[in-house]
Design a protein. Structure first.
Length: 280
Protein backbone atom coordinates (compact mmCIF):
# COMPACT_ATOMS: atom_id res chain seq x y z
CA UNK A 1 0.00 0.00 0.00
CA UNK A 2 1.41 3.41 -0.95
CA UNK A 3 1.82 6.10 1.70
CA UNK A 4 -1.55 7.47 2.90
CA UNK A 5 -2.46 10.80 4.39
CA UNK A 6 -3.45 11.06 8.05
CA UNK A 7 -7.20 10.86 7.41
CA UNK A 8 -6.89 7.79 5.19
CA UNK A 9 -4.62 6.09 7.74
CA UNK A 10 -7.14 6.71 10.51
CA UNK A 11 -9.94 5.22 8.41
CA UNK A 12 -7.84 2.15 7.68
CA UNK A 13 -6.89 1.76 11.36
CA UNK A 14 -10.53 1.91 12.44
CA UNK A 15 -11.55 -0.57 9.76
CA UNK A 16 -8.86 -2.99 10.98
CA UNK A 17 -10.00 -2.54 14.59
CA UNK A 18 -13.58 -3.19 13.60
CA UNK A 19 -12.62 -6.39 11.81
CA UNK A 20 -9.99 -7.76 14.23
CA UNK A 21 -10.33 -5.87 17.49
CA UNK A 22 -6.61 -5.06 17.69
CA UNK A 23 -3.87 -3.36 15.64
CA UNK A 24 -0.07 -3.56 15.96
CA UNK A 25 2.20 -0.55 15.37
CA UNK A 26 4.84 -2.43 13.37
CA UNK A 27 2.24 -4.03 11.10
CA UNK A 28 0.57 -0.68 10.42
CA UNK A 29 3.90 1.06 9.75
CA UNK A 30 4.78 -1.60 7.18
CA UNK A 31 1.33 -1.46 5.60
CA UNK A 32 1.19 2.34 5.38
CA UNK A 33 4.89 2.74 4.50
CA UNK A 34 5.42 5.25 7.31
CA UNK A 35 7.48 5.26 10.50
CA UNK A 36 6.39 3.65 13.76
CA UNK A 37 6.47 7.13 15.29
CA UNK A 38 3.86 8.32 12.77
CA UNK A 39 1.62 5.35 13.53
CA UNK A 40 1.88 5.97 17.28
CA UNK A 41 0.83 9.58 16.71
CA UNK A 42 -2.17 8.37 14.70
CA UNK A 43 -3.16 5.97 17.48
CA UNK A 44 -2.71 8.63 20.14
CA UNK A 45 -4.93 11.02 18.18
CA UNK A 46 -7.66 8.38 17.84
CA UNK A 47 -7.42 7.55 21.54
CA UNK A 48 -7.92 11.22 22.43
CA UNK A 49 -11.18 11.03 20.47
CA UNK A 50 -12.15 7.84 22.38
CA UNK A 51 -12.11 5.76 19.20
CA UNK A 52 -9.63 3.16 20.49
CA UNK A 53 -7.57 2.26 23.56
CA UNK A 54 -3.78 2.26 23.43
CA UNK A 55 -1.97 -0.82 24.66
CA UNK A 56 1.69 -1.84 24.53
CA UNK A 57 2.70 -2.22 20.90
CA UNK A 58 -0.58 -1.05 19.41
CA UNK A 59 -4.23 -0.47 20.25
CA UNK A 60 -7.48 -2.33 20.86
CA UNK A 61 -11.05 -1.51 19.99
CA UNK A 62 -13.28 0.19 22.55
CA UNK A 63 -16.29 -1.62 21.09
CA UNK A 64 -17.21 -5.31 21.29
CA UNK A 65 -16.37 -7.31 18.19
CA UNK A 66 -19.96 -8.37 17.64
CA UNK A 67 -23.05 -6.21 17.57
CA UNK A 68 -24.34 -7.42 20.91
CA UNK A 69 -27.62 -9.14 21.62
CA UNK A 70 -30.77 -7.25 20.76
CA UNK A 71 -32.01 -7.21 24.35
CA UNK A 72 -28.67 -5.89 25.55
CA UNK A 73 -28.75 -3.13 22.94
CA UNK A 74 -32.29 -2.21 24.01
CA UNK A 75 -30.85 -1.35 27.41
CA UNK A 76 -27.96 0.68 26.07
CA UNK A 77 -28.71 4.44 25.94
CA UNK A 78 -32.36 3.48 26.25
CA UNK A 79 -33.65 6.91 27.31
CA UNK A 80 -32.00 8.60 24.37
CA UNK A 81 -33.30 6.06 21.88
CA UNK A 82 -36.84 6.40 23.21
CA UNK A 83 -36.68 10.19 23.00
CA UNK A 84 -35.48 9.98 19.40
CA UNK A 85 -38.19 7.45 18.56
CA UNK A 86 -40.91 9.63 20.05
CA UNK A 87 -39.73 12.64 18.04
CA UNK A 88 -39.63 10.63 14.82
CA UNK A 89 -43.08 9.16 15.52
CA UNK A 90 -44.59 12.61 14.98
CA UNK A 91 -43.87 12.13 11.27
CA UNK A 92 -45.98 8.96 11.02
CA UNK A 93 -49.63 9.62 10.18
CA UNK A 94 -52.69 7.42 9.78
CA UNK A 95 -52.60 5.64 6.43
CA UNK A 96 -48.85 5.96 5.92
CA UNK A 97 -46.71 3.29 4.29
CA UNK A 98 -43.34 3.20 6.07
CA UNK A 99 -40.16 1.16 6.39
CA UNK A 100 -38.59 0.27 9.74
CA UNK A 101 -35.25 -1.51 9.91
CA UNK A 102 -34.00 -3.92 12.58
CA UNK A 103 -32.37 -1.30 14.84
CA UNK A 104 -33.41 -0.93 18.47
CA UNK A 105 -34.42 2.69 17.89
CA UNK A 106 -36.82 1.58 15.17
CA UNK A 107 -38.22 -1.00 17.59
CA UNK A 108 -38.96 1.83 20.01
CA UNK A 109 -40.43 3.81 17.11
CA UNK A 110 -42.74 0.91 16.28
CA UNK A 111 -43.96 0.99 19.89
CA UNK A 112 -44.82 4.68 19.49
CA UNK A 113 -47.06 4.18 16.43
CA UNK A 114 -49.18 1.27 17.64
CA UNK A 115 -52.28 3.48 17.58
CA UNK A 116 -51.94 4.64 13.96
CA UNK A 117 -54.84 3.60 11.78
CA UNK A 118 -54.45 1.98 8.35
CA UNK A 119 -50.69 1.93 8.78
CA UNK A 120 -48.59 -0.27 6.49
CA UNK A 121 -45.11 -1.21 7.71
CA UNK A 122 -42.38 -2.91 5.69
CA UNK A 123 -39.71 -4.28 8.03
CA UNK A 124 -36.94 -6.86 8.03
CA UNK A 125 -37.09 -7.04 11.84
CA UNK A 126 -38.88 -10.06 13.25
CA UNK A 127 -39.26 -8.26 16.60
CA UNK A 128 -40.81 -5.19 15.01
CA UNK A 129 -43.11 -7.39 12.94
CA UNK A 130 -44.28 -9.37 15.98
CA UNK A 131 -44.78 -6.24 18.08
CA UNK A 132 -46.96 -4.63 15.42
CA UNK A 133 -48.82 -7.86 14.67
CA UNK A 134 -49.67 -8.43 18.33
CA UNK A 135 -50.39 -4.88 19.51
CA UNK A 136 -51.61 -2.87 16.51
CA UNK A 137 -53.90 -3.07 13.50
CA UNK A 138 -51.07 -2.24 11.09
CA UNK A 139 -50.53 -4.28 7.96
CA UNK A 140 -47.03 -5.74 8.30
CA UNK A 141 -45.00 -6.75 5.25
CA UNK A 142 -41.84 -8.78 5.82
CA UNK A 143 -39.35 -9.46 3.01
CA UNK A 144 -38.08 -13.00 2.77
CA UNK A 145 -34.46 -13.82 3.43
CA UNK A 146 -31.99 -15.52 5.74
CA UNK A 147 -32.45 -15.10 9.50
CA UNK A 148 -29.63 -13.08 11.07
CA UNK A 149 -29.61 -13.90 14.79
CA UNK A 150 -27.46 -10.97 15.94
CA UNK A 151 -30.16 -8.46 14.99
CA UNK A 152 -33.22 -10.71 14.69
CA UNK A 153 -33.63 -9.65 11.08
CA UNK A 154 -34.06 -11.13 7.64
CA UNK A 155 -31.34 -10.34 5.12
CA UNK A 156 -30.98 -11.31 1.48
CA UNK A 157 -33.20 -10.76 -1.51
CA UNK A 158 -36.14 -8.44 -0.86
CA UNK A 159 -39.28 -10.09 -2.12
CA UNK A 160 -42.31 -8.48 -3.74
CA UNK A 161 -43.72 -7.21 -0.47
CA UNK A 162 -45.20 -3.88 -1.49
CA UNK A 163 -48.43 -5.31 -2.81
CA UNK A 164 -48.38 -3.24 -6.00
CA UNK A 165 -47.35 0.01 -4.29
CA UNK A 166 -44.72 2.01 -6.13
CA UNK A 167 -43.26 3.90 -3.16
CA UNK A 168 -43.12 4.04 0.61
CA UNK A 169 -43.96 7.36 2.22
CA UNK A 170 -40.93 7.35 4.48
CA UNK A 171 -38.24 5.03 5.77
CA UNK A 172 -36.59 5.09 9.20
CA UNK A 173 -33.14 3.61 9.73
CA UNK A 174 -30.69 3.06 12.54
CA UNK A 175 -27.01 3.31 11.69
CA UNK A 176 -23.48 2.77 12.92
CA UNK A 177 -22.13 6.06 11.59
CA UNK A 178 -23.11 9.05 9.46
CA UNK A 179 -20.81 10.75 6.97
CA UNK A 180 -21.54 13.86 4.91
CA UNK A 181 -19.54 12.28 2.08
CA UNK A 182 -20.83 8.70 2.25
CA UNK A 183 -24.22 9.06 3.92
CA UNK A 184 -25.49 6.50 6.43
CA UNK A 185 -23.39 3.41 7.14
CA UNK A 186 -23.80 0.03 8.83
CA UNK A 187 -21.29 -2.48 10.16
CA UNK A 188 -22.94 -5.41 8.37
CA UNK A 189 -22.83 -5.79 4.60
CA UNK A 190 -26.03 -7.86 4.69
CA UNK A 191 -27.94 -5.30 6.76
CA UNK A 192 -26.66 -2.47 4.56
CA UNK A 193 -27.88 -4.26 1.46
CA UNK A 194 -31.46 -4.62 2.63
CA UNK A 195 -31.48 -1.12 4.16
CA UNK A 196 -30.39 0.21 0.77
CA UNK A 197 -33.36 -1.50 -0.87
CA UNK A 198 -35.80 -0.17 1.71
CA UNK A 199 -34.32 3.33 1.46
CA UNK A 200 -34.53 3.16 -2.32
CA UNK A 201 -38.26 2.52 -2.05
CA UNK A 202 -38.79 5.42 0.37
CA UNK A 203 -39.78 8.93 -0.71
CA UNK A 204 -38.35 10.34 2.54
CA UNK A 205 -35.39 8.83 4.42
CA UNK A 206 -34.64 9.47 8.10
CA UNK A 207 -31.62 8.40 10.13
CA UNK A 208 -32.20 7.69 13.85
CA UNK A 209 -29.22 7.38 16.19
CA UNK A 210 -27.96 8.41 19.60
CA UNK A 211 -24.96 10.73 19.82
CA UNK A 212 -22.48 7.90 20.48
CA UNK A 213 -22.75 7.10 16.76
CA UNK A 214 -21.29 10.50 15.87
CA UNK A 215 -17.90 8.89 16.53
CA UNK A 216 -18.93 5.53 15.13
CA UNK A 217 -17.27 3.83 12.19
CA UNK A 218 -19.40 1.95 9.69
CA UNK A 219 -17.96 0.10 6.72
CA UNK A 220 -20.99 -0.23 4.46
CA UNK A 221 -22.96 2.81 3.20
CA UNK A 222 -26.62 2.15 2.48
CA UNK A 223 -27.99 5.56 1.50
CA UNK A 224 -26.16 8.59 0.10
CA UNK A 225 -26.26 12.03 1.72
CA UNK A 226 -28.33 13.42 -1.16
CA UNK A 227 -31.18 11.01 -0.32
CA UNK A 228 -31.42 11.83 3.40
CA UNK A 229 -34.41 13.93 4.43
CA UNK A 230 -33.33 14.55 8.04
CA UNK A 231 -31.42 13.06 10.96
CA UNK A 232 -32.66 12.56 14.52
CA UNK A 233 -30.19 12.30 17.39
CA UNK A 234 -29.88 13.48 20.99
CA UNK A 235 -28.75 16.76 22.53
CA UNK A 236 -25.16 15.61 23.03
CA UNK A 237 -24.41 15.56 19.31
CA UNK A 238 -21.75 18.29 18.87
CA UNK A 239 -22.47 21.57 17.11
CA UNK A 240 -19.83 20.91 14.45
CA UNK A 241 -21.58 17.67 13.51
CA UNK A 242 -24.88 19.50 13.09
CA UNK A 243 -23.25 22.31 11.11
CA UNK A 244 -21.53 19.84 8.81
CA UNK A 245 -24.82 18.22 7.91
CA UNK A 246 -26.55 21.60 7.57
CA UNK A 247 -23.88 22.58 5.04
CA UNK A 248 -24.74 19.36 3.19
CA UNK A 249 -28.42 20.37 3.14
CA UNK A 250 -29.59 17.85 5.74
CA UNK A 251 -31.26 19.12 8.93
CA UNK A 252 -30.36 17.46 12.23
CA UNK A 253 -32.87 17.44 15.07
CA UNK A 254 -31.33 17.04 18.52
CA UNK A 255 -33.81 15.60 21.00
CA UNK A 256 -33.65 16.00 24.78
CA UNK A 257 -34.05 12.61 26.53
CA UNK A 258 -36.02 14.43 29.24
CA UNK A 259 -39.01 14.50 26.87
CA UNK A 260 -39.10 10.70 26.64
CA UNK A 261 -41.73 10.50 29.38
CA UNK A 262 -45.01 12.36 28.99
CA UNK A 263 -46.26 14.73 31.67
CA UNK A 264 -46.99 12.97 34.94
CA UNK A 265 -44.32 10.32 34.37
CA UNK A 266 -46.74 7.73 32.98
CA UNK A 267 -44.93 5.29 30.70
CA UNK A 268 -45.55 5.69 26.99
CA UNK A 269 -45.50 2.84 24.46
CA UNK A 270 -41.82 1.77 24.62
CA UNK A 271 -41.58 2.34 28.38
CA UNK A 272 -44.58 0.12 28.94
CA UNK A 273 -43.22 -2.59 26.64
CA UNK A 274 -39.74 -2.38 28.12
CA UNK A 275 -41.08 -2.64 31.64
CA UNK A 276 -43.07 -5.70 30.69
CA UNK A 277 -39.92 -7.26 29.23
CA UNK A 278 -37.92 -6.50 32.36
CA UNK A 279 -35.79 -3.81 30.70
CA UNK A 280 -34.57 -1.09 33.04
Amino acid sequence: MSSLDEFAREEAILAELHARGRVVVTDLARRFQVSAVTVRKDLDALERRSMLRRVRGGAVSTEPLDEGGFEMRLRQRRGRKIAIARAAADLVQDGDVIALDSSTTCYFLAAEVLDRRNLVVVTNSLRVAMLLAEQSTATVLVPGGVLRRASGSLVGQVGEVLGGRDRLDRGFFGLVSASTSQGLLDSSAEEAQIKARLAGWSTEVYGLFDSSKVRGFGLHPFVGPDRITALFTDVDAPDEFVRGWADAGVPVRRVDPAVARPAGGRPSGPHRLAAAAGIR
